[in-house]
Ligand binder design. Structure first.
Ligand SMILES: [Zn+2]
Length: 475
């Protein structure tokens, strides 16, 4: 996410919205944060990984001891460490309450207050990371205040550049984080024990401010993927969490995809509407990714990928990197959130209702309606489903750590990936498939994207098309 919210914490927290899912940031809405703490405290207690990971789903695996299972996974991930698609650490650094924007103060050599630091990356056997340089899509976000301009864009490019700066300084600061701009650099870093090949992934096409020149400049600064939208529909692309305005991509949106193909920037379809997914798949000449999305057939929320799109991945070559956002992986969590929202609406409609009475009513509601937790088994169900529909060559992992306000049981931080692989091993997964999931698939995508880029650069020059030319042609 860039502070992905499944919307469920929000549901009980007093925001009225026409949409079911909202973006919530930890720092922007302190009152909500306080309420979230009250509501979620009982479920934020850390649990040890569940022993249910040893229970097979119809596969006889009783002979595998926990110790052997752990050794098998450690051996496997030593050879093929995790390459994760999405981690919001740069935003966590920006928004840190004690020292905002301060890469040096947010010391990854110590245990951080968040979900990511060097020791936990090592324990999690992470060998590659796309660091998200998320920026909010909401024009009235506090990030965009105070520039005093009357430009049509509220400062997306400035904040995007600030985030790229934070990510680059963070990567520069630690020898353990090795800058990787190409597949071969990522491959080399991943082979070095204790090193994390570090790439930059942009979250939200609003950052290009409708300019292909801006897009190219971001590529030169290291951006290797871009989600076409975040939660807000753009002038040229529909977002999953917003009202559609174009039915997918406009002609300029298609040109953005083509130019990303030419540049060698991966087209990331997390956060976009199914119409945008479909249009992008029609236009792209290179494989796509979903850097942090799960399966809609398992958990029916707009941020997940429908089967109709999953089934197109074998032809495209792309990869869905399954995310660990509780409200995207657990239908029970989703349903609880919807019920909480309904209870809150009802409380508001009581005669004389005010914020205090609504809060009290919700306290009572939550006391009798225990909030469920998403589990590692839920995440494994998504991975299994995507493997079934799209195939083992089209799955990966994009945990969204430091972009989530609550975690899946057993997947609390970046140290927990091996436990998920133990769960999959207990379900009968082969080493070959687990290596693909761990990172071989996304590495293949990056290689393909580079090959397509090399070819396209011989076929056409940088595009100088504008949104005015393509989307509002003169009669
Ligand atoms: Zn996101």
């Amino acid at each position: 996410m860039g502070i992905e919210d499944d919307g469920l914490a929000t549901a009980a927290l007093g925001r009225v919205h026409s949409r079911q899912y909202h973006l919530v940031t930890r720092t922007q809405r302190p009152a909500m944060r306080l309420l979230a703490v009250v509501l979620l405290a009982p479920v934020l207690v850390a649990f040890p990984p569940s022993s249910s990971s040893l229970q097979a789903q119809g596969e006889p695996v009783a002979t595998v001891s926990p110790r052997n299972s752990r050794l098998r996974i450690e051996r496997l991930l030593r050879d093929t460490p995790i390459i994760d698609g999405h981690n919001d650490l740069p935003w966590a650094i920006r928004e840190d309450r004690a020292a905002p924007h301060d890469v040096e103060a947010y010391d990854l050599r110590k245990r951080t207050s968040g979900m990511t630091d060097l020791a936990r990356l090592k324990a999690g056997m992470v060998g590659g990371q796309f660091w998200s340089v998320y920026i909010p899509g909401e024009r009235n976000d506090p990030a965009y205040v105070s520039q005093g301009t009357s430009a049509s864009m509220p400062g997306y490019a400035r904040v995007q550049l600030e985030q790229i700066d934070i990510a680059r300084r963070m990567i520069e600061r630690y020898p353990e984080l090795v800058p990787a701009n190409t597949a071969s650099e990522l491959r080399a870093a991943r082979k070095q024990s204790g090193r994390v090949g570090s790439l930059i992934g942009m979250e939200g096409g609003h950052a290009i401010e409708n300019s292909l020149g801006t897009l190219r400049a971001y590529y030169d600064l290291g951006a290797r993927y871009m989600t076409l939208t975040h939660n807000v529909t753009l002038d040229w692309a529909d977002a999953a969490m917003d009202a559609p305005a174009h039915g997918g991509l406009t002609p300029f949106g298609e040109e953005v995809v083509r130019e990303m193909n030419r540049l060698g920037m991966i087209v990331d379809l997390s956060h976009v509407s199914p119409g945008t997914m479909s249009d992008a798949l029609n236009v792209t000449e290179a494989p796509v990714i979903f850097s942090h999305s799960s399966a809609r057939a398992i958990t029916d929320v707009p941020r997940n990928v429908p089967d109709s799109i999953l089934s197109r991945l074998p032809k495209n070559g792309g990869v869905v990197m399954v995310t660990f956002v509780p409200g995207f992986v657990s239908q029970a969590v989703v349903d609880w959130g919807r019920n909480a929202e309904a209870a809150q609406r009802a409380a508001r409609q009581q005669p004389g209702a005010d914020s205090a009475s609504v809060a009290q009513a919700m306290d009572r509601w939550v006391a009798v309606n225990t909030r469920p937790r998403a589990t590692m088994g839920d995440v494994a169900d998504h991975i299994d489903h995507i493997r079934k529909v799209a195939g083992a060559d089209h799955i990966g992992l994009g945990g969204d750590f430091d972009g989530i306000t609550e975690t899946v049981l057993g997947l609390e931080d970046v140290s927990t990936y091996p436990a998920l692989f133990e769960e999959l091993a207990s379900r009968g997964w082969t080493d070959v498939d687990m290596r693909k999931l761990a990172g071989d698939n996304v590495l293949r995508v990056l290689e393909e994207v580079e090959k397509v880029s090399a070819r396209l650069k011989t076929e056409r020059p940088p595009s100088t098309k504008t949104i005015q030319q393509l989307d509002s042609p003169r009669p």
